[in-house]
Structures are given as C-alpha cells and as structure tokens.
Design a protein around this ligand. Structure first.
Ligand SMILES: NC(=O)c1ccc[n+]([C@@H]2O[C@H](COP(=O)([O-])OP(=O)(O)OC[C@H]3O[C@@H](n4cnc5c(N)ncnc54)[C@H](O)[C@@H]3O)[C@@H](O)[C@H]2O)c1
Length: 270
C-alpha cells in the first residue's frame, strides 16, 4: 500500500493523522472541502467537495487505498447530512470502484447503534439502531461498504468510532474512548491486512467499561494501547458536573438519544 487518500484532512481526526501517518504510506494525499490551516509544504492536498462526483473522481484517481473521514461529523439538518454523508459517501465509493481502488476504511460512528441501552453489550452482528440523522447516514455508509465489498470486490473496513481524543472526558466516554495511536492501528489493519474483505470494527481503546464486543478487530490482531481506566478519576469528576440527562444516560448514544426525543424516560425499554 503506497498511494493513499485521506478525506476530511482539515478536521479534528484528519489533522492528527497528518502527523501520525507521516512516513507510513510513501504517497499519501489529503483532501477536504477546505484547505487545512496548518498544511505543511510537503503535504499533498486536493480540494474536493464530496457532494460533487467530478471532484471526488479527481481526488481518488490513482490511489490504492482511501481513509474516508470527510463528512458532517455531528447531528445536523437533513440537507447537510444528505449532501455530505449520503451523496458524499456514495460518490466516494462509486468513484473508488470506477478508479479501481483496492481498499477503503470508512469512519462510521457509534451513533449508528446509539439506541442500544448501555447495559447491553453489543457486537457487530447486532442490527443498527441509529440515534440521529447523522447516525442513520453512518448506517447507510456501512451498507454501501457491504455492497461495494461483496458485489465489486473492494476490501472495506468500517470503524464505528466511539470518541477520539487524548483522554476520555466523562463517564460515557470511559466506555467509548479511542486513543489516537489505536486509530492508527485500526486504519493500518484496514489498509494492509491480507485476509480482510469486509469488516466492521469498533473504534475503541482498551476500555474496561466498554459497551461493545470488539472481538472482530482482535481477530485481525488489534491490540489497543490506550487504557481508559487510567483516566477514570478525572473523567468521573468531570461527569459529576454535567446536568442530568435521564434518557441520554440510559442509552449508549448519550445526548444524541435525548436530543429531539419524543416522550420521557418511560419510553426507554428497561
Ligand atoms: N471525532 C470523533 O470522536 C468521531 C466519532 C465517531 C465518528 N467520527 C467520524 O470520523 C470522521 C472524522 O471526524 P472528525 O472529528 O475529524 O470530524 P470533523 O468535523 O472535525 O472533520 C470532518 C471534515 O470533513 C470535511 N467535510 C465536511 N463536508 C464535506 C464535504 N461535503 N466535502 C468534503 N469534505 C467535507 C470538513 O471540512 C471537515 O474538515 C467523521 O466522518 C466523523 O463522523 C468521529
């Protein structure tokens, strides 16, 4: 794997990856709607709107692998989600197929399954339960991943990212935290593992309070290094200062579940 495209280069994760992936893939190009403010002279950047097929075709031309981070990364109005995450994701997969791209790592989200109760441990065979228009768009991306893997022969990995950051910052994030170096490990499995055809992994570190069974990732050699419990005292102290959210605290998706929720906690399936 030499020639790699990373979309979403100007975003929070893309910005960190521009340092963390340096030197791993000899010919890495970066793309986004907007030029990263801190773009280094040796970084190759292509501006592309994911919603414009002709721009996406130019961005993917000649690459072997894609890390697809670009898109609208929180809940938003339908038109925004539709353009960036539904049309944008379709354009990315379809342009990749036409260009003969071999592998895609798709940044999915825990919000594709946010409406599972926290007390239920889920794997990657449980049906999606999106908690937002955003989460539904990630479920759509996961469906495209399966289509392009099984019908068109791409090798595709969906990473249901929990919360990316240097440390988990509250109680929920003790369960879903993803350390930067662990994301790099998962991306490398997706771009390099010889046996991989189509997989869904949880983008989560070594979290003792995990909501998820990540054995699919472990089977491919994933060995997370970030230990959420090392940050438990600070995270729980910060959590104690948050306003109560009975619906959000019940479900894995947290505030994405209570936002726009019709009804009260009596509707949560106890
Ligand atoms: N950060 C997390 O903890 C987390 C958790 C779950 C999933 N994810 C997913 O990982 C990816 C990266 O997350 P992030 O935190 O860096 O998000 P971010 O919002 O910081 O970055 C997303 C980038 O996508 C670009 N983008 C948006 N619409 C676009 C379009 N139409 N065309 C081209 N580029 C467009 C934005 O300009 C932005 O730079 C996202 O897909 C997000 O949904 C992130």
């Amino acid at each position: 794997m030499d020639r790699v495209l990373v979309t979403g280069a100007a975003g929070g994760i893309g910005t960190r990856l521009r340092t963390l992936l340096k030197g791993i893939y000899p010919d890495t190009r970066w793309s986004d709607l907007k030029t990263p403010a801190d773009l280094a002279p040796d970084e190759r950047f292509i501006q592309a709107d994911l919603a414009a097929m002709n721009e996406v075709e130019k961005a993917v031309d000649g690459v072997q692998g894609i890390v697809h981070l670009g898109g609208f990364s929180v809940e938003g109005p339908w038109d925004t989600i539709l353009n960036a995450n539904i049309i944008g994701c379709y354009n990315l997969f379809e342009a990749a197929r036409k260009a003969g791209v071999e592998r895609i790592v798709f940044a999915s989200s825990n919000h594709a399954v946010g409406f599972y109760p926290r007390q239920r441990r889920i794997g990657t065979d449980d049906a999606v339960r999106p908690d937002s228009r955003y989460g539904a768009s990630k479920a759509f991306g996961e469906a495209l991943a399966a289509l392009y893997a099984y019908k068109h022969g791409l090798r595709v990995t969906c990473l249901r990212i929990g919360n990316f950051g240097d440390a988990p910052v509250d109680k929920r994030r003790l369960s879903i935290w993803l350390a930067p170096q662990d994301l790099v490990q998962l991306i490398r499995i997706g771009l390099e593992h010889p046996d991989l055809r189509h997989e869904i992994f949880y983008g989560a570190s070594d979290n003792a309070r995990a909501f998820w069974d990540n054995s699919a990732a472990f089977r491919y050699g994933y060995r997370p290094q970030g230990r959420a419990e090392d940050h438990a005292a600070a995270a729980l102290a910060a959590d104690a200062k948050l306003p109560p959210d009975r619906i959000g605290e019940w479900y894995q998706g947290g505030p994405y579940c209570s936002d726009e929720f019709d009804g009260g906690i009596e509707r949560a399936p106890v």
